[in-house]
Write a protein that binds this ligand. Structure first.
Ligand SMILES: [Zn+2]
Length: 412
């Protein structure tokens, strides 16, 4: 079926009571379209009901909606708090973690007295306090290949607030399989990004952009990387906004658009994202048709990255100015290259590298670059295995380059 067809039936502003059904593909669990409101609820939501685009019917759609929040952490906190307050009738929370002191500077679902409690229970108590009409369903487990599809079955859309690649790929894949929107958010220090992955509504999925996870053991978590406490508040509330719009069938969603927020500059930038017809999940000939547990793969795999020689950005800068020939190979995605690049770099996205090695001179010294040095390490490992002897990974990637060599290269 054509992507254009799906888009027309999806988000283009139909406001009849069947709108919510358009969130998902025929065949997935059909949600109730609306649930009548009590007198108390009509007063509670009166400032919503006053808005013509929402009204009583919209509020009844929200009550009928079922949102799955992956993670009750930095992004999940504001998302769930606002969705609950806004009157979304059912919120599911998947989290197997306990509240820790270091969570509290950003995870506002939890308080100091909750330290040591399961996050799901702390979240339930807080959400019910905000809205006693809410049905909270707790999934105090990991979101894994064995349970992901079953958990998602009873929800209309995902708000993904996870901070690890295993869950991010899994949530993407099962959302694509089920034809349900996946409202994506990510945060790193002062920078946040959000979009809606929904191939059934005409946009790309996560794998259209990043077909495979980065190499095992090389991904910094939020704990290692650090994050400004308020940042997930901003990104998570944007995710909640997108979820509400999708449920209500109003406005222009972030399907096919990535919104990037820089808290230091207080700037938003927008990038168009394209669906990849060769995507392994949502493409024309999908190769991934069942959920995959990358966690297991990650734990069991050896750390290959140590075998790759590393070069820091300052050393790279000196080397580039030495006059000796070299190839600077950028393996990021085209939209990232548009956003920030180093002069003279050759772009071959990681996913295309296996088919495009003939474009590279085997005798050249090759420096491989990505955003922060993870995908490039994988690419460098691949090239060395493919018979390129002089390959180094640029440690810290273009992000380190912006920070240490050339501040004119935008950070994202
Ligand atoms: Zn895709």
């Amino acid at each position: 079926m054509g992507a254009g067809e799906e888009l027309e039936t999806g988000l283009s502003g139909r406001k009849d009571s069947s709108q919510i059904e358009n969130l998902s593909r025929p065949g997935s669990t059909p949600p109730a379209t609306t649930i009548a409101l009590s007198a108390e609820e009509q007063r509670r939501y009166s400032r919503h009901i006053l808005i013509p685009e929402i009204g009583r019917e919209g509020q009844e759609k929200l009550k009928a909606a079922r949102v799955l929040c992956l993670g009750a952490g930095g992004l999940g906190s504001p998302a769930a708090l606002y969705l609950a307050a806004a009157g979304v009738g059912t919120i599911g929370i998947v989290d197997d973690d306990q509240v820790a002191l270091s969570n509290l500077h950003r995870q506002l679902l939890h308080g100091t007295a909750d330290i040591g409690r399961p996050k799901t229970e702390s979240a339930r108590d807080r959400l019910r306090e905000i809205n006693p009409h809410l049905e909270v369903r707790l999934h105090a487990c990991r979101f894994e290949s064995g349970n992901a599809e079953e958990i998602l079955r009873d929800y209309d859309l995902i708000v993904d607030g996870t901070d690890n690649f295993a869950t991010r790929y899994l949530s993407n894949d099962v959302a694509v399989f089920a034809g349900k929107p996946n409202v994506y958010g990510s945060i790193f220090r002062f920078d946040g990004q959000t979009t809606v992955f929904a191939p059934h509504l005409g946009g790309p999925c996560y794998r259209c952009l990043f077909p495979e996870p980065p190499p095992p053991g090389s991904v910094p978590s939020c704990a290692e990387a650090g994050v400004l406490g308020v940042l997930p508040g901003i990104v998570g509330t944007m995710q909640a906004t997108e979820a509400l719009k999708l449920i209500l069938g109003i406005g222009d969603s972030l399907v096919g658009r990535l919104l990037h927020f820089d808290a230091l500059k207080m700037k938003f930038r927008e990038f168009n994202l394209r669906k990849d017809p060769d995507c392994p999940v949502c493409g024309e000939h999908p190769t991934i048709t069942r959920p995959i547990d990358y966690e297991m793969f990650c734990q069991g795999a050896p750390d290959l990255t140590r075998a790759v020689p590393q070069i820091g950005v300052r050393a790279l800068h000196e080397r580039m100015q030495s006059g000796q020939p070299y190839i600077l190979l950028d393996v990021r995605e085209p939209f990232e290259f548009e956003l920030a690049r180093i002069d003279g770099a050759n772009l071959i996205p990681l996913g295309e590298l296996p088919q495009r090695t003939s474009e590279l001179d085997r005798s050249s010294e090759i420096f491989v670059l990505c955003h922060s040095g993870m995908r490039s390490e994988r690419a460098a490992e691949f090239l060395r295995a493919a018979g390129f002897p002089r390959v180094s990974n640029v440690t810290g990637g273009i992000d380190a380059w912006s920070e240490e060599v050339d501040p004119n290269v935008p950070r994202y």
